[in-house]
Design a protein around this ligand. Sequence first.
Ligand code: NAD
Length: 459
Amino acid sequence: MSQPVLLIDNPATGERLAERAADDAASVAAKAVRARSAQPGWAARSLAERCAVVARFRAGVEGELETLARTLTAEVGKPIGQARNELRAFLGRVDFFLGAVERATADETVLDEGGMREQITHDPLGVVANISAWNYPWFVGGNVFVPALLTGNAVLYKPSEYATLTGLHVGRLLHAAGVPPDVFAVLVGGGATGAALLEQPVDGVFFTGSAATGKRIAAAVGPRLARLQLELGGKDPTYVCDDADPKTAAESLADGAMYNTGQSCCSVERIYVHERLHDAFAEAFVATVRGYAIGDPTRDDTYIGPLTRAPQLEVLEQHVADAVARGARLACGGHRLQRPGNWFEPTVLTHVDHTMAVMRDESFGPIIGIQAVADDDEAVRLMNDTRYGLTAGVYTPDGARARRVLSRVRAGSVYWNCCDRVSPRLPWTGVGDSGVGVTLSTYGIQAFTRLRAWHLRSA
Ligand code: NAD
């Protein structure tokens, strides 16, 4: 049988960018076998040695930052300034992992008396599968492969089929830095390659992607009893209280909804505004959105680029049509741009409610619904009316009020007067359909280790 080929297109122009040989079931199995035999040697190296290798990788990424940013822009359509931002912030995440791994995985003595010692140590899981999304490939891939490698695991990395060139750069730079080729293997391809990876006897599956795929993966991995983490989507809400400044909140939230062309797992996807502020807020929001430069993502001043995936255009069209049919008002945008590539206008819908798909299903594009609410209780009820629970936010000058509201909302991360923010120092987790497990923070390093309990009697 001939080897499958992956076609890579530029989403801004529709032009063919590259073709790459894809992995089939046989090559995936071969890489898994080689990873299994290479992993003990990697784990046997000292932590200091593994850190030195990852630090060299970091230097390699920094040295090629502009080329890597341009690759990212070409294959996912991310505006170049935002591609550079992702890479710079990725370097910060690597620094966090390098600084925290020793503390996170240090041996711990929890009892030492009468000749009896109890200790906890961390072993690597072994061979882990890292199946990744395209929207922030450096972030979501790196949240897994950096701590996994630091803690002594071998990694079978399947980048998204929409971010393959970036994934191949990751492999090249890790190998150049000294990670043995069999300890970090890139698997090229789409869902079929990912499914073939799940057939292998791996010790952990770390997945970032949609809730629908995540559930398929959970069903496939469940019977194997491997460690499973799922970082999935969201329908992230924010509430603007009546004491907030509508213009400041609108400018911040427009950025939270539209940055990365609305294709962030923690993009603001629903906005509830106190009814007294609704009109002023909506007006300021639309004015901000109208000021965004949309177009060629290779230009420094572009803020909104194309959608990465063409099928999402139909989802956005359906969200708009469904909302308008049910009584929403289209305040701006609402249509595809008629040009080659995957272009959709930044879109604001007001007078929305929860009968509409745009307030229930992940849009994953430059589109937002704004709904008026009467008070904090109604806002909390609506924020929790979702199967997701990734992030949620509130805008108010009153810190005590923010804490009261946010503590009642079901979400892994909560924001006061900010949004669409991820910190390497804090755990990144989801509730409900937003996933299970944790990346980032010291907890997201320990996720790649298995605890060993030592009962040691000296005599
Ligand atoms: P996706 O689910 O379509 O694909 C994710 C990955 O799974 C890809 O590598 C794909 O090839 C692979 N895959 C598809 N079918 C598979 C199968 N049957 N078996 C194994 N692997 C398979 O998601 P996407 O479009 O790449 O990413 C967008 C989604 O990711 C959004 O829902 C977004 O919210 C979510 N996301 C979440 C986070 C987070 O941290 N929570 C971060 C980024 C993106």
